[in-house]
Design a protein. Sequence first.
Length: 219
Amino acid sequence: MFSEVPLRYGGETCWRGVAEFAAGEEWGGEGVEMWGGGVRLGLFPINDTQCYWFSTETAASGGADVDAASAKRMLVERFKDFGGPAAAILEATPEESIIRRDLFDFVPIDKWYKGHIALVGDAAHATTPNMGQGGCQAVEDAWALQLCVQREATLSQALEAYEQMRRPKAMMVVNNSYSFGKVAQLRNPLLCWLRNIFLRMTPKSVYLKQIKTLYSLPS
């Protein structure tokens, strides 16, 4: 019904897992993301005994680990000097929970609907996870779609209004997430240093404005 769309590789491969802790065991409990040269590690608490984490690496697509055990050893070694709870959280991850996937989005499609069928979420605008917005944008799609169906006289008009309402913001997220990944995954030491200086010097008001735009809904 919809033509195939070419995928766009984000230049990153990603490991994910969930660490398991005994009740009451101290590990920090705050979400954090750490950047290195071509690698990142994000740690985010789920509850008192579990922590979700991800690790990205700048790499060609199609790579694979020998097995989950070797991937875990590699990640622990890579992040042992990052400080904080990084190595402990990776060590506390059951091997069977570790997965690896290359990160892709796809180029914009011409139309989000055909006849009485509309696309939402990743089906319409797949994005890399660098902004944590994949699921969020799908929820906004659903909200906008029901709003347009209520407002417009016909279903065709509703689907066109839905796409016009949502496409600009969704594509902003897709493109910003892709660019964010490229900046975050820099490997050149000089470029990493310049990036870090720039981020430290950026006023807080700039970040707050970006967040406000990201979480605002159209009227």
